[in-house]
Design a protein around this ligand. Structure first.
Ligand SMILES: [Mn+2]
Length: 311
């Protein structure tokens, strides 16, 4: 394969702009791999799929996201919903849904000597991005989500990205122990003690989860705790969806499904105009549309339970 960085240089003079997914480990590590090679000539910005898809700016490199409306030179991603968009909006597009993480794809495409040390982190990223969380990696993810929704997002996430590449954690507990992460988790434990114990109580309310879909309506509760709800429920029911009302009044739906579920997370998300992976997907719905969501689930043969978190 031709050298991607040589190709990039033939297209545009450095410094390069890179847009990556700022809500999870995969986005941070994907950008971090480029950063390790191009540190001095790379500016990294963090975004989310639902913003990137409408972003009118142009970027040189985009990782783990849909290509923006403004286009990009190079797209590297693994979300099936971005294969077509990549062809239209990116000059060179590598969207490979069979990859467990974008980070692995980036690492393999760049294949540089100086990147060998990063392999354990890349493997950990593939596990986490396939939904294989443990207590450490799920808490890490919660902290990243919180940073992503904070005003100091760009600076804070860049620091985490740099520490990831410097320290090369290879286990969930090592992710949590990073100096840019652990103090923030402790803060969350303090501040959100009530919400955290409510999340812990959810599993007791759910009986046999076969053919059961649970919708967890958290209202305007902190969205960064959704990954923790998924972690606690994912293996108990066939499908679970966390519905959160964002600051602009829109409903954000984050969906997970078990293997063998009558409807997969992606199928449900697609019906609502969203996208993602087979068993982890998301969509935006207006809060009045919860009924439609319920109907879709029932029509697929699932029982539906709705749990509200009242504030
Ligand atoms: Mn990913």
């Amino acid at each position: 394969m031709e050298d991607l960085l040589v190709w990039l240089e033939s297209q545009v003079d450095p410094p390069y702009s890179l847009l990556t997914h700022g809500e999870d480990l995969d986005g941070l590590v994907s950008a971090g791999i480029f950063w390790k090679l191009l540190e001095k000539v790379l500016s990294v910005a963090f975004s989310a799929p639902y913003w990137a898809i409408d972003d009118r700016r142009r970027y040189d490199i985009v990782t783990d996201l849909p290509p923006p409306k403004g286009g990009c030179k190079l797209l590297i991603d693994h979300h099936p919903s971005n294969v077509e968009l990549g062809r239209k909006r990116a000059l060179k597009s590598f969207v490979k849904p069979n990859y467990p993480s974008t980070a692995l794809l980036v690492w393999e495409l760049l294949k540089e000597e100086g990147l060998k040390d990063l392999k354990p982190l890349v493997d950990l990223t593939s596990e986490v991005d396939s939904g294989k969380y443990d207590e450490g990696s799920i808490k890490f993810t919660v902290v990243i989500r919180k940073l992503f929704s904070s005003p100091g997002r760009e600076k804070a996430l860049k620091k985490v990205m740099e520490e990831l590449i410097r320290e090369v954690p290879s286990k969930g507990e090592e992710l949590l122990r990073l100096s840019t992460v652990l103090p923030l988790w402790k803060e969350i434990e303090d501040k959100e003690a009530d919400f955290l114990s409510w999340i812990d109580s959810l599993s007791e309310r759910i009986g046999d989860g076969k053919d059961l879909a649970v919708i967890i309506h958290v209202g305007r509760g902190p969205g960064y705790l959704s990954p923790l709800i998924h972690y606690k429920l994912q293996n108990l029911v066939d499908l679970e969806a966390v519905l959160r009302i964002s600051d602009n009044g829109k409903g954000r739906l984050s969906i997970r499904s078990r293997r063998g579920s009558r409807v997969s997370a992606l199928e449900l998300a697609a019906k609502l105009g969203g996208g993602g992976h087979e068993r982890a997907a998301g969509a935006t719905i207006s809060p009045q549309n919860v009924e439609l969501l319920e109907k879709l689930l029932r029509r697929s043969g699932l029982r539906v339970v709705i749990i509200n978190r009242s504030h």
